[in-house]
Design a protein around this ligand. Sequence first.
Ligand code: GUN
Length: 281
Amino acid sequence: MAKIIDGKAISSQIKDEVKEKVAELAAKGISVSLAVIQVGADPASSVYVRNKKKACEYCGIKSLSYELPEETTEEELLDLIRKLNKMDDCNGILVQLPLPKHINEEIILDEISPLKDVDGFHPMNVGALSIGKPGYVSCTPAGVIELIKRSGYTIEGKECVVIGRSNIVGKPMALLLLRENGTVTVTHSRTKNLKEVTKRADILVVAIGKPRMIDASYVKEGAVVIDVGIHRNEDNKLCGDVDYDSVEPIAEAITPVPGGVGPMTIAMLMKNCLTYFDVAK
Ligand code: GUN
């Protein structure tokens, strides 16, 4: 029986810590604010954005809401970002992805000031992470590190295997595990003998984007297994990239879906809203 890593409880703890720090800043006359920009009305994005705003409210962070029509041009969006970059009373900027097809995501994300880049997607922040300098770290992989550490597991010296190499999860995940002194291997869709590699892992982080692909045959007995995936199965129920029922009996610990990594992303976003006061000094 694996220990079930409770992302809901850990994320609540983090939000409470943020709330306390926001109150301390408020007592010094400093207000924390986050601009949340959504272009169009993609239903999944609307749910995420609503949850982000709710978390802001809980933590005492002022959310500046920009709900722009689908037809917004790239130039209009760039103008808004430039305005927010200069605004003293805005210290975080988040552009919800995906953007409509006519807008180039890379151009938009590159325009966000690296000092207000709460998603940690700007090349300056990605570069800072890769050479161990302070900066914003992408929320989901940062949340995975918190889940592992706050559940009492050490990363130092452990064999850590990441499945997936996306810019948002896999790559920053590998860099963060390395920063924690793990021995890190990154695997992906072209990896040969994937099982041989994943079976070495003391800590296995799965972000491959394929429902329930990773069963017990990929996992070493006693591994800590973190599932970043989220999908709907044939019964419309949520599931991850890990076949939970197969892996749970042999793992030391495992994150459920839902209730594992998912809630951590927003909690780390709230935490990142405080980073401005460190990096912008
Ligand atoms: N869309 C899905 N996940 C994310 C995220 O972490 N940040 C942003 N900005 N958009 C997303």
